[in-house]
Design a protein. Structure first.
Length: 277
């Protein structure tokens, strides 16, 4: 396989090239020499549309409110939404030492492909290896200064980018985001099994879109049916870190770039779990 087409997954390749790696530790990339990052948390989902980016954003916001310096590495190259949620429009700048993340209104550092494109609506039509290498560069080339907790917003599934993150970035743990639908139990299984294959600890599961609370009478409505998160978590010996409602105010704030104003008490347990790792 030519170097430009290499996805750096030596386990799926029979080539005996000079860059072949067999020890999992060999794949870990060093961050920029000026970076200082204490803990790295991946936020994953087996399928799209479950609100993974919202959970990623809110986790960074909640830990930031607790006095921690947080950062978000947006690894969803083809569907980036982190800058939009935080209302960040300025472009990332750099110097001869590396690329500099953009700070949000409350001081959260973020890096996303949308901070490098001329137009935020321009599609990223790249093949897998290029996308995976871009994510790797967000780790190696960006100067992440004095970060207590970095959250990596991953694209859904178990493809090139999640594999690259699992192999190249020293994750301290992952949070799996799911939703109440029955189908999701199979999707959770895929995410759990991938984490086990890559020897990455699972902090727990967050269920999004668990319910709708009527604004008039306060009645709880299970819009997507009864939750199966407790039984799915028990099946794999995992903790349920939170059940997030479908809330129009949260959606409106994210659309307006005001995610830092959202009150999210349903994720405080998840923030507690992250602080304990």
């Amino acid at each position: 396989m030519s170097e430009e087409n290499c996805n750096h997954d030596c386990s799926s390749c029979s080539e005996n090239c000079s860059s072949r790696k067999t020890n999992p530790a060999d794949f870990i990339e060093k961050p920029n020499s000026l970076s200082k990052i204490k803990k790295v948390i991946g936020v994953v989902s087996g399928k799209g549309g479950v609100g993974k980016s919202m959970v990623t954003s809110m986790m960074a916001v909640l830990l930031n409110r607790r006095g921690k310096h947080t950062a978000v590495l947006d690894a969803d190259i083809t569907g980036p939404s982190i800058p939009k949620a935080f209302g960040v429009k300025q472009k990332a700048m750099g110097n001869e030492l590396g690329l500099l993340p953009v700070k949000t209104k409350t001081g959260i550092d973020i890096m996303s492909i949308n901070l490098l494109l001329d137009e935020e609506t321009a599609p990223v039509v790249w093949r897998g290896p290029i996308i995976a290498n871009t994510v790797k560069q967000f780790w190696t080339d960006v100067i992440w200064k004095d970060v207590d907790y970095m959250f990596v917003d991953m694209p859904p599934g178990t493809g090139d980018v999640p594999l690259t993150v699992f192999q190249s970035i020293p994750l301290d743990g992952i949070i799996i985001v799911t939703s109440p639908q029955e189908l999701v139990s199979m999707i959770v299984a895929k995410a759990v099994n991938m984490a086990k294959m890559m020897n990455v600890p699972i902090i727990g599961i967050v269920e999004n879109m668990s319910y709708v609370k009527c604004p008039d009478c306060g009645k709880i409505i299970k819009a997507f049916g009864e939750s199966h998160v407790e039984e799915n978590a028990a099946k794999y010996g995992l903790k349920v870190l939170g059940q997030c409602p479908l809330d129009s105010e949260v959606a409106k704030n994210c659309d307006m770039g005001l995610v830092e104003l959202v009150n999210a008490p349903w994720l405080e347990k998840a923030a507690d779990a992250v602080e304990k790792i």
